[in-house]
Design a protein around this ligand. Structure first.
Ligand code: TRP
Length: 339
């Protein structure tokens, strides 16, 4: 039987090279040998201050990038977290068996609490509990994530372990699957590539925009003059280059050390390689974006398939924790309200 993969990403809109190399590329590959569920975690997006008007667009743009990159909605389930509300129910149940001490120790919590001191909310503390509910609801065993999520997964295993101890074997323990390129440094040359830091290269940008952004990149800080010999090992442009041209990088490194190529020349070469590599992606993205209602259909279908799994897990869970007094529980009816 195929192992089940679950991964979630906050809806951050158009994706960048760091997202692609660090996560999306891996999502695509995993589809070959696993049953994959990829979720846009829009509820997690609300653990830090948000603008209600931005969510829909951010979900749409991110999913467009996923699909253009090769996530196949026929093989994989692609859906929006809030469309399967059982996750909030499981989150509540998990919150009853998760000691507060476990949550207050999580490094990402401390970091967010420092970053947004006015927003140290109940929901923020529970972020990893909701993440555990995501994974457990679908009984996934493999979770492709970056280094920064390993602590969350450790906690997820502790929570499901405790649940299993208290109520009987229910959930498998999820394992992280680290990506090949755990950390892509941004154009500033020293921090992780991120949209908030503005040091990113958007996948869907035009070739000229891409070139102009790459020309702003920081390079080897020790190389001041064009005639100085460069140090490719401490140059982020070179580092980025190596992702796109494993063969040609040797020659570039040699030319850089010999000062026979300058930093601007190097950036022009990088821009060319990035644009070549992204051309098919960009073509597919434009094509998918032009199909009216396509992303919406993918997400609707994904939510339906996810819902079926979620419902079966929750029936089992409610029974086990003693909340299912089925003879009394009224059947679900629709509100009848249409808009
Ligand atoms: N915490 C993850 C992040 O910030 C997003 C996420 C939410 C997730 N639920 C998940 C990742 C479940 C993997 C599995 O990137």
């Amino acid at each position: 039987m195929k192992q089940r993969v679950f991964s979630g990403a906050r809806p951050t809109g158009k994706q960048h090279l760091g997202n692609y190399l660090g996560a999306i590329q891996n999502y695509v590959k995993l589809q070959d040998e696993h049953e994959c569920i990829y979720c846009v975690v829009d509820i997690h997006a609300l653990t830090t201050p948000w603008n209600p008007n931005d969510l829909k667009d951010n979900i749409r743009e991110m999913v467009l990038d996923w699909l253009a990159a090769g996530i196949d909605p026929k093989r994989s389930i692609v859906f929006t977290q809030s469309h399967v509300p059982e996750v909030t129910q499981l989150h509540t149940l998990f919150s009853m068996i998760t000691p507060l001490g476990w949550l207050l120790r999580v490094p990402s919590f401390k970091e967010k609490a420092r970053q947004f001191p006015e927003n140290v909310n109940y929901g923020l503390v529970g972020y990893p509990v909701l993440m555990t509910a995501d994974i457990a609801l679908y009984k996934a065993t493999v979770v492709p994530v970056g280094e920064d999520q390993v602590a969350h997964l450790e906690l997820a295993r502790e929570i499901v372990r405790r649940f299993n101890q208290l109520f009987g074997a229910t959930f498998p323990e999820p394992q992280p699957r680290l990506t090949e390129y755990p950390m892509v440094v941004g154009l500033d040359g020293y921090r992780k590539m991120s949209k908030t830091l503005g040091n990113h290269i958007e996948l869907a940008a035009t070739p000229e925009e891409t070139r102009r952004r790459i020309l702003t990149a920081f390079t080897d800080p020790a190389r001041r003059l064009r005639s100085d010999p460069g140090h490719p090992e401490s140059c982020n442009v070179f580092h980025l280059y190596s992702f796109f041209d494993a063969v040609g990088q040797e020659a570039i490194a040699r030319d850089c050390r010999a000062a026979s190529i300058g930093c601007v020349g190097c950036k022009e070469l990088l821009a060319q390689k990035v644009n070549e590599a992204l051309a098919p992606f960009r073509e597919r993205r434009a094509e998918i974006a032009a199909r009216k209602g396509y992303v919406e259909d993918v997400l609707r279908d994904g939510a339906q398939r996810a819902e079926a799994i979620a419902r079966s897990t929750m029936e089992e869970v409610m029974e086990k924790v003693g909340l299912a007094w089925n003879e009394v529980k009224p059947p679900k009816v629709s509100s009848g309200v249409t808009k």
